[in-house]
Design a protein around this ligand. Structure first.
Ligand SMILES: [Cu+2]
Length: 68
């Protein structure tokens, strides 16, 4: 299991948290996803044999947020 913390711009409320946690959480290989609104960060625990960082970033981007 691997961990990554992504800096994500544009998340401002509970809706954003649900959108990001819901979409990333649905990816195969993602074990856990946690949004920290105050820090503008998304923490993800994932299995790198099933899902890559690029896919995770792309999924957040598709929800309309900016991954640095
Ligand atoms: Cu929001």
């Amino acid at each position: 299991m691997e961990n990554i913390t992504l800096n994500v711009k544009g998340m401002s409320c509970g809706h954003c948290v649900k959108a990001v946690e819901g979409s990333v959480g649905k990816l195969n290989g993602v074990e856990r996803v946690l949004v920290d609104l105050d820090k503008a960060q998304v923490h993800v625990e994932f299995n790198s044999s099933e899902v890559g960082v690029e896919k995770i970033k792309e999924t957040i981007d598709d929800q309309g947020y900016d991954v640095e």
